[in-house]
Design a protein around this ligand. Structure first.
Ligand code: SF4
Ligand code: SF4
Length: 107
């Protein structure tokens, strides 16, 4: 069962008999259904004018929160970014900085 199908089948009204053993999640690709960016304690900021689209930041993000379209990076997916700062560490051009999270977060 895909992650999407699993999420549609289980609702807040579901009884325990409808859950999997141990509430294990077997359907892949379900993280998109959860706004986990609200856990973030630091916000990354991207400076498009400094970015050279080398894409070094894209593969190191553990939450796939750096969208790339047509070979160019776009602004962060704040709905899923955890604020780990790895992207800022790897950027050789100073195009990413980190700061304390604004608590309305999950933009
Ligand atoms: S590592 Fe820096 S320069 Fe390279 S794509 Fe990411 S933000 Fe842009
Ligand atoms: S701060 Fe961490 S989670 Fe957020 S975009 Fe950068 S590498 Fe990804």
């Amino acid at each position: 069962m895909s992650g999407k199908n699993l999420m549609e089948k289980i609702t807040p009204a579901s009884g325990w008999r409808e859950l999997t053993v141990g509430a294990a999640v077997y359907g892949e690709g379900n993280s998109v259904f959860f706004n986990t960016g609200e856990w973030r304690s630091e916000d990354p900021a991207w400076y498009a004018d400094k970015c050279r689209h080398c894409l070094l930041c894209f593969p190191v993000c553990p939450d796939s929160s750096i969208p790339v379209v047509g070979g160019k990076r776009r602004d962060f997916d704040f709905g899923h970014c955890k604020g780990c700062g790895i992207c800022a560490k790897v950027c050789p051009f100073g195009a990413i900085s980190m700061s304390a999270a604004e608590k309305e977060a999950a933009k």
